[in-house]
Design a protein around this ligand. Structure first.
Ligand code: TXA
Ligand code: MG
Length: 347
């Protein structure tokens, strides 16, 4: 299949391109598009055939449900059974934006879209290209991240092209995304709302609105024998090709440890990559050092790009510093730990 790649500007939307994308989606085809979190791989959420195509293009297990993206709050009533005051409150404050809410689904949403579940994940993204495309598509776009299953989510159109060229009808190139990590997912079907995947909207921000919000206890503890509540969280996502180890501790011992391990690996003729904060990047003596920035926003923004670059550079061994596990840092460490298959060393 020929994939048409179209450049679009968020502040100067070319409606003829957006309408073409909308038509492809209405006809059951697939379009990758930017959102403020990561690029999505969109299909008509109400068409079961489109969901099959999404799973096939990603190589994703079909028990892993898709997020339905909307562009107007009132459309939520079509695809869900009931909308509580808490849901309205969260939508009022955080939509459009990087928050996904799990609700009981209505009969309109096919089970193929929800991986067989009777709940549906709903999100209204803030990216203007995404909003216009969803409207042109008829209002309901199912979209997982636009990566091949198991690779880091794409943060630029180039990464979408690497994974999806030839497999889908169109890619909308809106440049690099802002946030760089996927949306926060909160399950609104339980008595106390529960975060199933941490993201840019933190537990504290949600609790400022709802009083109490829990975290899925399986998220950070892989020894827990319960399965995570978001089916996708059980897969080893975001895995780089090289073996990744996180080193946690005070700055100086971490730097010394990584320098020693990378020198050993280089002696074994391995290619070594190091993920370091801005302040320590210059203190590493060997290997390819990638500066991930200093504050949480820049670390979130750069993480997936760096993991993909190490793949492209065929790095065998990656050492990463550990980052603050607080606020948006919870989302960063959740993704980094998954990428490392939970290999973490304390020094
Ligand atoms: O930021 C994002 O959320 C991006 C952009 C494109 O919007 N999308 C995204 O989708 O990250 P995806 O498919 O890569 O991740 C969706 C996650 C999966 O872990 C899936 O299992 C979970 O959401 N999920 C979807 N529907 C669910 C449901 N009904 N109940 C529990 N978990 C659900
Ligand atoms: Mg994904």
């Amino acid at each position: 299949m020929d994939t048409s790649i179209e450049k679009v500007q968020e502040d100067n939307l070319d409606l003829s391109i957006i309408n073409k994308a909308g038509q492809i989606l209405r006809d059951g085809g697939l379009v990758a598009f930017p959102t403020e979190t990561v690029y999505g791989l969109g299909g008509d959420a109400l068409n079961p055939e489109s969901s099959y195509k999404i799973y096939a293009a990603k190589g994703r297990p079909s028990d892993n449900p898709l997020i339905v993206h909307i562009c107007r709050f009132e459309d939520i009533y079509e695809i869900t059974e009931s909308v509580s005051d808490d849901v309205k409150r969260l939508a009022d404050i955080f939509w459009p934006g990087p928050l996904t809410m799990i609700l009981k689904k209505s009969d309109k949403v096919p089970k193929q879209t929800t991986g067989g579940l009777d709940t549906v994940a709903v999100r209204m993204p803030s990216d203007k290209i995404a909003l216009a495309m969803i409207e042109a598509a008829g209002g309901y776009v199912a979209a997982p991240s636009a990566n091949t299953s198991g690779r880091p989510s794409p943060t630029t159109a180039e990464y979408v092209i690497q994974d999806m060229n030839g497999k889908i009808e169109m890619i909308l190139d809106g440049g690099a995304v802002g946030i760089g990590l996927e949306s926060t997912i909160v399950d609104m079907t339980s008595d106390t709302p529960m975060i199933l995947r941490p993201g840019y909207i933190t537990q504290q921000m949600l609790e400022d609105v709802l009083c109490k919000v829990d975290m899925d206890p399986t998220m950070f503890d892989i020894k827990a024998d319960q399965a995570p509540k978001a089916p996708g969280m059980k897969y080893r996502h975001y895995a780089p090709k090289g073996s990744l180890t996180i080193i946690e501790g005070k700055d100086i011992p971490v730097i010394e440890y990584i320098n020693q391990r990378s020198a050993e690996a280089l002696r074994e003729n391995k290619r070594v990559g190091i993920i370091a904060k801005d302040n320590s990047a210059c203190k590493y003596t060997s290997g390819t050092v990638k500066n991930i920035g200093e504050n949480a926003d820049s670390i979130a923004h750069n993480l997936y790009r760096i993991l993909r670059e190490f793949d492209d550079e065929e790095v065998d061994v990656i050492f990463s510093e550990s980052f603050e596990n607080d606020g948006i840092g919870k989302a960063i460490m959740n993704r980094l730990l998954k990428a490392a298959g939970h290999q973490i060393i304390h020094v």
